[in-house]
Design a protein around this ligand. Structure first.
Ligand code: WT7
Length: 649
């Protein structure tokens, strides 16, 4: 983190919802003095309830916290229905393909589209309240129709990122026991068609008993395999459905969606969110962090397959009645000016992306932003990983022209939306720091015993009070939920939520996130569990032992580094073959986002005398750091030097 402080832009602050630190602190104080009262007021003001709630927060089964009990709502009313009175002819979605084709969908059109799809799910596929529907879709408006159609009838969507492999998709379909998969023939990337439907076919070829039907949206119109009785073409049947559909009244705590994410152990976890708390959060953060106003155009570049896409492409912007941009392609097609050109053309007001993308665009086209009129921009956000001060400064100067607020937002799939972030009109920012917790969020940096760590020292980033949009459980595995999030840190004898991240607080209270403290790697803002990757590599017939660690990467944040002990000491040729085979395995089981950046074949792994692999040492070696930990307790201390030599080679 740099120690320079940037004050918010005065002209912006004047118009902002939260205009200065006094107002920010005043809100924090209100929440501190009457925690449930604060959230009660927010929830009553911001949500259009079908029936009001009677209990703000039920802690009786902690950590299974329940919010706004007794309330009934439907989030699609919050995102669509209630807007029809005031902004039905406003653009809800502006979609653009790599080729520059555009689709503009007004709130009224979106409302009808969602209704038709909701009716299709109900009538044709028998999808009912509580059923799970897996979405494996490209970045097309139909992905939004499908998510909201599920929400409208009370079905639980589980969006699987289109880059995941058939095996990863199958695991998720099976874990959720999904009844239906909604996919597309494929889409376009870097100007060329790619396919999704064959991946679904492969996923469903084994197991997946629960899933009897597949709905296919035609996008690239490439030939696909068609299974009679199982597969249905959306474009052929959608117009037979009515454009009217009553929303299902949902209890506040009914699940809205599942989203799978990696943990430090075992298989990916189905993070479960409920409707009321989540939609409140989407709106609360859109107002406070992006300061979105009635005529604003909002662009989040994430994929809808990640939580960022859920909250800040779909639910947040639509709950606000804003215009959300959806771009189907890559940032560098046809050239590195693509995003800046789109910002200019659509007059984007808030832009939200990942540090990886900023670093890449900085490297590939440092002067590109200046070639475009970016004067519509007001707030620039980042998310997914720590942002280094260099990238931060370029974002501020080259993209924001020194005028825009930079909001470095820290949060997780499990938190539903922003937790620690500057407020654009109020917070003086320090490059590299996510600054302070939102009003109503109690973030603390603790040691294992729940004591606050001293200023400037690294500790465990915990959220010590429940909040409305928090993860409710891990789908089908409440024990794992408790252990993964409420198992490590206790404060005053009570388990508190531990994020898995480390953080440092400085003398002014600024929070800087230092990255994961567990065995999770963050590659380009995507979470991957080392255990997951190791389990896959261990399947290779010639792998005896394997340990995977993250290593800093100038663009991606972290790269994946694998240390492997092979069974039969082969020649160099065999090792080269193995590198290809191992990467093939990874792509098959997870997808190319998890490709290995480097593999080192070593004679043994550093282990304790009881046989536990000491990954910390491997992390230090991979980073080329000096080893500070005591290695004398290792079974074979001399192995450290050997691995060091092999690492640099
Ligand atoms: C992990 C969560 C939140 C949506 C995208 C990723 C890291 C996230 C920041 C930030 C430093 C960050 C953390 C966190 N992270 N935002 N502003 N500064 N690190 O969601 O896949 O659930 O990953 O991303 O390590 O735990 P996710």
């Amino acid at each position: 983190m740099s120690s320079i402080i940037y004050e918010p832009n005065r002209a912006f602050s004047k118009e902002a919802r939260i205009k200065n630190m006094c107002e920010y602190k005043e809100l924090c104080l209100q929440a501190e003095e009457d925690y449930t009262g604060y959230w009660e007021k927010m929830a009553r003001e911001k949500i259009d309830w079908i029936e009001p709630f009677h209990t703000v927060l039920d802690e009786s089964e902690a950590p299974f916290y329940k919010w706004f009990l007794g309330g009934k709502l439907n989030v699609t009313h919050q995102c669509l229905g209630r807007h029809l009175k005031v902004r039905k002819n406003k653009a809800a979605i502006i979609w653009e393909s790599e080729f520059g084709d555009k689709r503009i969908i007004t709130y009224l059109q979106l409302y009808y589209r969602v209704n038709r799809m909701a009716n299709l799910l109900k009538n044709r596929f028998g999808v009912k309240k509580g059923d799970r529907v897996v979405l494996y879709l490209p970045m097309i408006p139909e992905a939004v129709f499908a998510m909201l159609a599920c929400a409208k009838i009370g079905a639980i969507h589980s969006v699987v990122f289109g880059g995941f492999s058939a095996e990863a998709l199958r695991d998720r379909i099976e874990d959720a026991q999904a009844k239906l998969v909604i996919t597309a023939d494929g889409a376009f990337r870097r100007g060329k068609p790619y396919m999704l439907k064959p991946v679904v076919d492969e996923a469903l070829s084994v197991g997946c008993e629960s899933c009897k039907k597949v709905l296919i949206v035609q996008r690239n119109r490439e030939p696909i395999n068609y299974v009679r009785g199982r597969d249905f073409i959306y474009n052929e049947i959608i117009m037979q459905e009515s454009q009217h559909c009553d929303p299902e009244p949902m209890d506040s705590e009914d699940p809205l969606f599942l989203l799978y994410t990696s943990g430090s152990t075992g298989k990916p976890k189905g993070v479960q969110h409920s409707g009321a708390g989540y939609i409140l959060w989407a709106q609360y953060t859109m107002e406070h962090v992006f300061d979105v106003k009635e005529n604003d155009t909002f662009w989040c570049t994430a994929d809808v397959g990640w939580i960022t896409g859920h909250t800040y492409i779909v639910y947040g912007p639509l709950a606000m009645g804003a215009t959300t941009i959806i771009y189907e392609g890559v940032a560098t097609y046809p050239d590195v000016g693509r995003w800046w050109k789109m910002i200019e053309e659509h007059r984007v007001n808030q832009f939200y992306t990942a540090p990886t993308a900023i670093r890449m665009l900085h490297k590939e086209g440092p002067d590109e932003p200046q070639k475009h009129d970016l004067s519509s921009l007001k707030v620039l956000g980042t998310v997914g990983e720590p942002i280094n001060p260099d990238a931060w400064h370029w974002y501020r100067e080259a993209v924001g022209n020194g005028r825009c607020a930079i909001v470095d937002t820290w949060w997780q799939t499990e938190t539903g939306g922003h937790m620690i972030t500057p407020l654009p009109g109020a917070t003086p920012t320090k490059p590299g720091s996510a600054t302070f917790a939102l009003p109503g969020i109690k973030a603390e940096v603790l040691d294992n015993d729940g004591n606050q760590v001293p200023v400037g020292e690294k500790g465990l980033l915990c959220i010590t009070k429940p909040w409305p949009s928090m993860i409710r459980t891990i789908w089908g595995d409440p024990k794992r939920f408790k252990k993964a999030y409420f198992g490590d840190v206790k404060k005053d004898g009570k388990p508190v939520y531990f994020s898995g991240d480390g953080a440092i607080v400085d003398e002014q209270g600024y929070i800087t996130i230092t990255g994961r403290t567990d065995d999770v790697i963050n590659v380009s803002g995507h979470r991957l569990g080392t255990a997951e990757i190791e389990a896959i590599l261990a399947h290779h017939e010639n792998v005896a032992e394997v340990a995977v660690v993250g290593r800093p990467d100038p663009i991606k944040g972290e790269g994946i580094f694998a240390y492997i002990v092979i069974k039969n000491e082969g020649g160099i040729g065999e090792e080269i073959n193995m590198i290809q085979e191992l990467n093939k395995l990874i792509v098959k089981e997870i997808g190319s986002i998890a490709k290995l950046d480097a593999i080192r074949f070593v004679p043994a792994l550093p282990k304790t005398r009881s046989g536990k692999i000491v990954r910390r040492i491997l992390r230090s070696i991979a980073k080329n750091e000096e080893i500070t930990q005591d290695i004398s307790t290792l079974e074979d201390p001399s192995i450290v030097e050997k691995i060091q030599e092999l690492t640099v080679s």
